[in-house]
Design a protein around this ligand. Structure first.
Ligand code: SF4
Ligand code: SF4
Length: 100
């Protein structure tokens, strides 16, 4: 049987971390606020080409992309703090509790 992963904090409060699951690239404006608050290296900015393909921004060639969006590059590094969701002005994020 699956249970939701929760921890007891020093205060005695029970906390259920919720981990990043999806990021809505249609709503994202590429502002980078979530990237700046994530301490875990989960997120990465990418370019979006005319046909909707994601392009790495290594060489920062602005001719190749129409706009920038944030992507979840390393979901496995997320610690479930939800700082990204709280700072996002466009409500792009969905988080989910882990099952144990
Ligand atoms: S929940 Fe926290 S660790 Fe996970 S992606 Fe968002 S800011 Fe980073
Ligand atoms: S804070 Fe929201 S709108 Fe800004 S880059 Fe992150 S996901 Fe996109």
């Amino acid at each position: 049987m699956n249970h939701t992963f929760s921890v007891k904090l020093p205060s005695g409060e029970i906390w259920t971390p919720t981990f990043v699951s999806t990021l809505d690239g249609q709503k994202c404006i590429g502002c980078g606020r979530c990237f700046r608050v994530c301490s875990r290296g989960v997120l990465q900015l990418a370019g979006v080409s005319e046909d909707g393909a994601l392009i790495p921004l290594d060489d920062d060639d602005e001719d190749e992309y129409q706009k920038k969006v944030m992507t979840i590059a390393h979901a496995e590094l997320c610690i479930g703090c939800t700082a990204c969701a709280r700072i996002c002005p466009k409500k792009c994020y969905r988080h989910a509790a882990a099952q144990v």
